[in-house]
Design a protein around this ligand. Structure first.
Ligand SMILES: [Zn+2]
Length: 195
C-alpha cells in the first residue's frame, strides 16, 4: 500500500484525513476491483467549512473564464456545485438519473448559449460528467470546463475545453483473483454500502 499516491494541496489532503474520508483497508470498488484505499468524499463534504474552502479554490481555477451556471450530477456533484456556484456568484443546478437516463428535473433549465461549468466530487471513469455534458449540449448550453475535487482518472479521460482538480489520486487497484490483500485474508469492505 506504499505505492498509493494522493497529490495536491496538503491542507486539502489533511481535511480528507481529519474527516476520515481517506480510508485504508481492503475495499471492493463499484468496478469490482479491489483496493487498499478508498475515498469517501461525502465524509469531507459533510463539514461546510471544508466544502466551502475546497470549492472556493476550485472556483478560483476558473476565475479567468465566464461561467453562467454550475451543474453537478447527483448525488456527488450536488454539494460541490452549490459551493462552487456560491464562490463564483452564479446559480447551481444538478442533474439526476431516472430510469438510467441523466435528466434535468425539478424545473431546472439551461438556456441556449449559457456557459456551464460541470463539477463533481470524485471522477474515476468520467461516466456521470460525460452524461451530464451530453445533457448540457442537448439543452443548448456551452460547456466551459470541468472541475473536480479529486481526479482519479489517472489521465485516462479527456475533458475539453479544460479540466481542473484539487487533488489527484492514483490508488493501486487489483483484480479479485490476483489481489495481494485477498491473499492476506483481510476482510473485504464495500464502502458504498456501509452502515
Ligand atoms: Zn482483495
Amino acid at each position: 500500500m506504499n505505492n498509493d499516491i494522493i497529490t495536491g494541496n496538503s491542507s486539502f489532503i489533511e481535511m480528507f484525513e481529519k474527516s476520515g474520508a481517506l480510508l485504508k483497508g481492503h475495499f471492493e470498488l463499484s468496478s469490482g476491483k479491489h483496493s487498499g484505499r478508498y475515498l469517501q468524499c461525502a465524509l469531507v463534504l459533510q463539514y461546510p467549512e471544508y466544502a466551502r474552502s475546497m470549492c472556493k479554490e476550485l472556483a478560483s481555477k476558473f476565475s479567468d473564464i465566464e461561467v453562467d451556471v454550475v451543474l453537478g450530477p447527483a448525488l456527488g456533484g450536488v454539494v460541490v456545485s452549490y459551493e462552487t456556484a456560491n464562490a463564483i456568484g452564479v446559480r447551481s443546478i444538478f442533474c439526476e438519473r431516472k430510469a438510467g437516463r441523466m435528466l434535468l428535473r425539478r424545473g431546472f433549465n439551461i438556456s441556449k448559449g449559457e456557459r456551464v461549468l460541470i463539477v463533481e466530487d470524485v471522477v474515476t471513469t468520467g461516466g456521470s460528467i460525460i452524461e451530464a455534458a451530453d445533457l448540457v449540449r442537448k439543452e443548448g448550453g456551452v460547456i466551459c470546463g470541468y472541475g473536480m475535487i479529486v481526479d482519479r482518472t489517472g489521465g485516462s479521460v479527456e475533458l475539453e475545453p479544460r479540466k481542473e482538480s484539487l487533488l489527484r489520486a492514483d490508488f493501486l487497484t487489483y483484480n479479485p483473483d490476483s489481489c495481494p490483500l485477498c491473499e492476506k485474508r483481510f476482510v473485504v469492505d464495500k464502502p458504498g454500502s456501509r452502515r
